[in-house]
Design a protein around this ligand. Structure first.
Ligand SMILES: Nc1nc2c(ncn2[C@@H]2O[C@H](COP(=O)(O)OP(=O)(O)OP(=O)(O)O)[C@@H](O)[C@H]2O)c(=O)[nH]1
Ligand SMILES: [Mg+2]
Length: 291
């Protein structure tokens, strides 16, 4: 795996650090790519429903918390999210899923240690909207490619495609882990597949390695200060009878990229901004305690 030490301080390597690290991790990606299956793999248990059927798909987010017996120094809070549609035609479900994702990210107390973008081998969704605009590129984002069942070595796809993915998506993933979440097969229902075990340990090691040592809130102080300055400037413009400027242009850009017209992007961004400014912003999610 390529390494990028900008985001994390590797207290996982530090023997002195016996106290448990708590990691807030959000998993997002298109519908059906295997986000819920990945969470089940991390905990090695069926803790959330993973399914191809419309009934099984995740509609409401879930926070799954627990410690793994092989990694007692880590406590995971993993957030399962509703799938982002892969279409980029601005349909409502896509925008709705994005808005839910943004609200969830803002509402997590203390902030986030790591984002996981979960994808299949072919993907085209423009996640830059989320990472680069809203997280200001400050948050590490690990790419996890699922359904690599027949690949040997497991990371073959990434080894063959890293340059194309980085070039085409212009997206700064901190690294990529290729996994198979299939635990057994029909032919060998009692044998846990080697690829499953290897995928799981690669995944958990990457989460531990790339998670920020401290969780980080979504908004940087710079952006908060900029918003205050813009609000003040708008007050002056209002007094002088001029039209107001946007306080958070990045939210408008998100809606425009999701297919909204500039006018509706402004009103949707204002609506979202109002919600994000709620001091007790609450996003409904199920809470699953694994231990
Ligand atoms: N063969 C194979 N199937 C997988 C793998 N990962 C997930 N699947 C299957 O893909 C289907 C969708 O998985 P989910 O985990 O429900 O996908 P999701 O991303 O949570 O979907 P939404 O909740 O709808 O967004 C399920 O039938 C999984 O069993 C994998 O590594 N290999
Ligand atoms: Mg799901």
């Amino acid at each position: 795996m390529a390494s990028n030490s900008e985001y994390y301080s590797s207290d996982s390597d530090n023997d002195e650090t016996e106290k448990q690290r708590e990691l807030n991790v959000i998993i997002f990606g298109e519908s059906g790519v295997g986000k819920s299956a990945l969470i089940n793999q991390i905990f090695d248990k069926n803790v959330v429903e993973a399914s191809n059927s419309a009934v099984g798909c995740t509609i409401i987010s879930a926070k799954v918390s627990g410690t793994l017996k092989e990694y007692p120094h880590l406590k995971f809070n993993v957030y399962d999210t509703a799938g982002l549609s892969e279409s980029d035609d601005g349909n409502v479900p896509t925008a709705h899923a994005f808005v839910q994702l943004v609200k969830l990210a803002y509402s997590i107390p203390n902030g986030i240690n790591l984002l996981i973008c979960c994808a299949e081998k072919r993907f085209k969704a423009n996640y830059r909207i989320f990472i680069e605009e809203l997280c200001e590129k400050r948050m590490p984002c690990l790419l996890v490619v699922t359904k690599c069942d027949n690949d040997h070595p497991l990371n073959k796809w990434w080894n063959d495609n890293e340059d194309i993915v980085r070039e085409r998506l212009k997206f700064e993933f901190i690294d990529c882990v290729c996994v198979s979440t299939l635990k057994t097969t029909g032919r060998r229902p009692d044998d846990i597949l080697e690829d499953y075990t290897e995928s799981r340990s690669n995944l958990i090691e990457a989460i531990s390695k790339y998670s920020r040592s401290e969780p980080m809130p979504m908004d940087s102080w710079k952006r908060a200060a900029l918003s205050y300055a813009r609000s003040f400037y708008n007050m002056l413009r209002r007094l002088l009878g001029f039209e107001e400027n946007s306080i958070r242009p990045e939210l408008e850009r998100m809606f425009i990229e999701l297919g909204y017209s500039p006018e509706s992007a402004i009103s949707e961004a204002n609506k979202l901004l109002n919600d994000l400014q709620e001091p007790n912003l609450m996003v409904p999610y199920a809470v699953v305690d694994v231990n």
